[in-house]
Design a protein around this ligand. Structure first.
Ligand code: BES
Ligand code: MN
Ligand code: ZN
Length: 469
């Protein structure tokens, strides 16, 4: 991550701030008063340029020497408050010329605006020359810049891992990314790979992943003191999802490098937790596989044995994510942790229901549900609760096995996927499942096109409040 945030507590306090160009955020309701308070040349400049303070509108104010003296940025009107985005001022980081800037007083949410500035400047540069903005921001008064950086860097880690194409982000590279992260924080990593998955009883991870020449594996990272509250994160790590023998058509396969978005996001969240030294015993479980087509691929109609002993009938090899996540959830559940959170790009149905920006989450824990909603809303990291509707659980009945992994009709596809996963968790004190999309199809402030961090800033805020000092 580029460092474009300047601390005030650097060696010469105030030195940078003196040169920084001030940014005034102006709502359209206040524009008249704002303009009246200016010298007449400034007021005329605003008028001549048609600056109305509308949402996202930008105006550079010239100084007498021809420099940029001030930046005006529109926040829109009060009536737009419901759709206002706390990241909006952050959009400036990609719009302003190179230079150093500082927000004037009166900015609605300085911490999220600063985070938005950093997240907005994210650019995926692995396969091209580094570029993009050099607009630097002097940190607003009273914000914890170290905390903002930790969150930005975790979110950008998630984006990077998703953006890297499957050729360069297979199960082995996902393992390496986990080991690299672990090394920086003295976490331990254990990997169960290939045939060992059978010996150690992860049959569904093996079966889904066996058709790839990149060996399937379960990545198990543990960090923190044994006596602390146990928080376990499980992330779907399907490095590429062809659909298997139920092959996806080309259009549906195009974006399937992002099918390890759950793994990428839990690693991003783990990075925030470890960097903040949150007093928890953290565990991250990632089943990392390719869902491939090959002579030894699993088939529709097969019956798989799962880690917890249930037999699972396969109706469609494209519903592979829930199988590998299920074996990882079983392992997570065995030590009765305080909290299990899984994140997975699990269903197209979630996107049909809520679109790409709003991941559904599922939990039976009412307190957790309220906390997730509150923290995600407060951090501009939107999510929406959907129900683990008990009556649909019967839709997973199989005529020949303990359970079918999908329901026949396809109704409520995200709900039935969540109900399937829930069957593999019984001992954890609390459990939530996030059916994320992991991708930003249309850039918005703070959210450039491509791999997306979703729900992890909200979850980090929740964990900080629950378990922090
Ligand atoms: N990875 C996909 C789900 C997905 C597709 C997420 C598109 C985001 C965008 C998953 O493995 C899958 O293919 N699910 C199937 C399930 C179906 C066969 C029951 C789906 O959603 O179509
Ligand atoms: Mn699939
Ligand atoms: Zn998938």
């Amino acid at each position: 991550m580029k460092d474009i945030l300047l601390d005030k507590t650097s060696k010469k306090p105030g030195a940078k701030k003196a040169k920084a160009v001030p940014i005034a955020t102006v709502s359209s309701d206040n524009l008249d008063a704002f303009r009246r308070a200016l010298p007449s040349a400034g007021a005329r400049w605003i008028e001549a340029n048609g600056f109305k303070g509308s949402r996202g509108q930008l105006l550079l104010m010239p100084g007498e020497d021809g420099d940029i003296a001030r930046v005006l940025f529109g926040l829109g009107g009060q009536s737009e408050a419901a759709t206002r985005d706390a990241f909006l001022p952050g959009h400036l980081s990609s719009q302003l010329p190179d230079g150093t800037y500082v927000f004037e007083d009166g900015l609605p949410d300085p911490e999220l605006a600063t985070l938005g500035w950093l997240l907005n400047a994210y650019r995926f540069d692995r396969y091209r020359k580094p570029g993009g903005t050099k607009a630097q921001l002097v940190a607003p008064d009273g914000i914890d810049t170290a905390a903002v950086r930790r969150v930005a860097s975790g979110a950008c880690l998630a984006r990077d891992l998703i953006n890297i194409p499957a050729e360069d982000m297979g199960p082995g590279e996902l393992e390496k990314a986990t080991r690299d992260l672990a090394r920086g924080h003295k976490a331990r990593v254990k990997v169960t790979k290939g045939e060992d998955l059978l010996a150690r009883n992860f049959p569904m991870i093996h079966t889904v992943g066996r058709a790839s020449d990149r060996a399937p594996r379960l990545i198990d990272m543990v960090w923190g003191a044994a006596g602390k509250p146990k928080v376990t994160l499980v992330g779907k790590g399907v490095c590429f999802d062809t659909g298997g023998l139920n092959l996806k058509p080309g259009g549906s396969m195009a974006l399937m490098k992002k099918d390890m978005g759950g793994a990428a996001n839990v690693l991003g969240l783990a990075s925030m937790i470890m960097a903040a030294k949150l007093p928890v015993r953290l565990r991250v479980l990632i089943p990392a596989v390719d869902n491939n087509v090959s002579a030894n691929a699993f088939r529709p109609s097969d019956v798989l044995l799962s880690r917890n002993g249930m037999t699972v009938e396969i109706a469609n090899t494209d519903a592979e994510g829930r199988l590998v996540v299920a074996d990882a959830l079983s392992l997570a559940d065995e030590e009765s942790p305080d909290l299990i959170v899984d994140m997975a790009t699990l269903t197209g149905a979630a996107r049909v229901a809520l679109g790409p920006d709003l991941p559904p989450f599922y939990t039976d824990d009412e307190v957790l549900a309220a906390d997730v909603a509150a923290h995600c809303s407060a951090t501009s990291d939107p999510v929406w609760r959907m129900p683990l509707w008990p009556r649909y659980d019967g839709w997973l009945d199989s005529k020949i096995a303990d359970v079918n992994h999908i329901s026949e009709g396809g109704f409520a596809g995200s709900v039935t996927a969540a109900l399937f996963l829930k069957r593999f968790v019984s001992k954890a004190r609390s459990y939530a499942h996030f059916d994320i999309y992991g991708w930003t199809p249309t850039a918005r402030p703070g959210r450039p096109y491509g791999g997306a961090d979703q729900a992890i800033r909200g979850l980090f805020s929740l964990l900080g409040e629950r378990y922090g000092k």
